[in-house]
Design a protein around this ligand. Structure first.
Ligand code: FES
Length: 155
């Protein structure tokens, strides 16, 4: 094939139709951007799936905790540990057992407070709110229900 502009050469670079120099880059840029968007959508979808994957476990029996007490439990089939409190005869609450100051395992209960002995933080046994010490935020709380004699927790 000869040059359409009839310059006399078979392969004419001067008159050959050319893509703008940045067209390929733009296409690649768009593909890259699309891949980025797709990745973002994928991660968002995964995040949504992960959030939807909450599960309910039997944490303990109602009689495992005396009124005003607390119990450290490990959910069956997991390594998830929670502290279950029973501030009165009918209510049970579940919290992360880790102090929000330096993530130390809580050490006990005193009255209506869960205690971290490391630096003296304390948390309300009903709400998980900070009641003393250096803890910056409340304990992470999980939904609980009572079914018959079982205390169930959704994590
Ligand atoms: S780690 Fe619990 S009070 Fe500092």
């Amino acid at each position: 094939m000869t040059c359409e502009n009839l310059c006399g050469t078979v392969v004419c670079e001067e008159h050959a139709p050319q893509e703008p120099k940045n067209a390929l880059l733009s296409r690649r840029g768009l593909l890259g951007a699309f891949a980025g968007v797709a990745a973002t959508i994928g991660f968002t979808a995964l995040g949504g799936s992960a959030m939807a994957a909450s599960k309910t476990y039997i944490a303990c029996k109602t009689t495992d905790i005396k009124v005003g007490g607390a119990k450290l439990v490990t959910l069956a089939g997991t390594t998830v540990q929670l502290v279950i409190t029973r501030p009165n005869n009918t209510s049970y609450h579940a919290f992360s057992p880790y102090c929000t100051h330096r993530m130390t395992m809580l050490s006990g209960i005193s009255g209506t407070n869960l205690i971290c002995q490391r630096h003296g933080a304390s948390y309300n046994t009903t709400t998980g709110a900070v009641t003393g010490g250096p803890a910056p935020t409340p304990l992470k709380r999980f939904a609980t229900t009572v079914s018959g004699t079982s205390v169930k927790v959704t994590v």
